[in-house]
Design a protein around this ligand. Structure first.
Ligand SMILES: Cc1cc2nc3c(=O)[nH]c(=O)nc-3n(C[C@H](O)[C@H](O)[C@H](O)COP(=O)(O)O)c2cc1C
Length: 351
């Protein structure tokens, strides 16, 4: 059974999608982000529809448990397609499969122009930014709550000058999850493409150059790839771990944050958060900012709620992700503490 998640009556049926439209939608598909650049969705045109097919095998990456990041990535993909289609005054009608990981999208002519069509240029130039930010002004971004696909989603901004010490500490702690949890570290290193300049759009995985860390850290990761235990040990030892700690604080400097929360943590809500977050990402970029998802700070909170933290999770992280971290984030962002934390970006002016 397919569940239609968007119904619109003000439309004209479409006989043929031109090759130009298809080309632009295909570009949007390539530009859409996926967790760990895992690219688990294949998109194929069948008549005038796009069929999205999910590969559980490709979706395996260090942070994807219970398909949480896959649902969010699917939401990003749906929004990217919608933005490209809207440029041609086409409305996207999405049908999700029962497991909510496969979908069909058809298009209908809409005779009015759509707001999101303005975001197409931002989509074409979007990339994940992992470098430093310089000081920036707050611009025109307002926290708000939206209803999307039956889900209530809050979008909350916090600007650099109002970040609490507790929140910054939490971010550093959550980033260290990557180094201290040996299984996650092993998976993460195995997904890195060392010495490859190919961009993320050309290949799966993340190249070591894109990580935003120094050449020394890249070399350290490469050399210690077969020995994650040693790397994890180094991360604990003061002085030895200095470059990594320095990288964490460098990444926080001048960063602003945007948090997404929702009422339910079911697949449909996570997809809806992906859509809203993707639109927000493009709106942020259209104001001249660059953004980076901070998934280590939020996705394991969803995993913990679903009882899906990996078996080797250390007590300190269990506590962080199931209690103290939630409290710290909600204190920092306050507005809708009744909603559940899903995803967060840092953003700012690229150096
Ligand atoms: C659900 C999801 C989670 C992500 N988490 C992170 C993250 O924690 N850190 C990060 O640097 N990028 C993260 N990304 C961005 C992807 O790594 C990135 O989109 C992918 O590598 C493609 O690169 P591009 O965005 O520059 O095209 C995430 C993307 C998605 C969709």
């Amino acid at each position: 059974m397919n569940i239609p998640i968007e119904v619109n009556t003000n439309k004209t049926d479409l006989n043929q999608i031109s090759s130009e439209i298809q080309k632009n939608i295909d570009l949007a598909i390539q530009k859409s982000p996926t967790g760990g650049n895992s690219k688990p969705f294949a998109c194929n045109w069948k008549d005038n529809e796009i069929h999205i097919t999910y590969s559980a095998q490709l979706a395996k990456h260090y942070l994807n448990r219970n398909d949480h990041t896959s649902y969010i990535s699917l939401g990003c993909l749906i929004k990217s397609i919608e933005v490209a289609a809207s440029k041609f005054e086409l409305l996207s009608i999405v049908n999700l499969s029962e497991d909510k990981l496969n979908a069909r999208i058809k298009f209908q002519k809409q005779n009015t122009s759509m707001h999101i069509s303005n975001l197409f240029d931002s989509l074409m130039s979007r990339s994940t930014y992992r470098g430093k930010f310089k000081k920036s002004s707050n611009k025109n971004l307002r926290s708000q709550t939206v209803q999307h696909r039956q889900a209530e989603i809050s979008i909350d901004y916090q600007f650099n000058q109002s970040l609490t010490k507790k929140f910054k500490k939490y971010l550093t702690q959550s980033e260290s999850y990557m180094w201290l949890q040996v299984c996650a570290l092993k998976d993460f290193i195995s997904e890195i493409r060392f010495f490859s300049h190919l961009s993320s759009q050309q290949q799966r995985g993340i190249s070591s150059y894109e990580l935003g860390i120094s050449i020394v850290d890249q070399a350290l990761l490469f050399l210690l790839k077969p020995a994650p235990l040693v790397l994890s040990f180094i991360r604990r030892v003061p002085i030895l771990n200095f470059p990594m700690l320095q990288n964490s604080s460098r990444v926080l400097k001048n960063s602003n944050f945007c948090l997404f929360r929702t009422k339910e943590l079911n697949p449909l809500s996570l997809i809806a958060v992906g859509e809203v977050a993707m639109q927000t990402w493009l709106e942020i970029e259209s104001q001249g900012f660059k953004a980076q998802p901070m998934s280590l700070a939020t996705i394991p909170i969803i995993d913990a709620k679903a009882g899906m933290l990996p078996d080797d999770t250390k007590e300190q992280f269990k506590k962080l992700y199931s209690e103290s971290g939630i409290q710290v984030i909600n204190e920092q962002f306050s507005l809708r503490t009744d909603l559940k934390i899903v995803w967060m970006f840092r953003f700012g002016t690229a150096e």
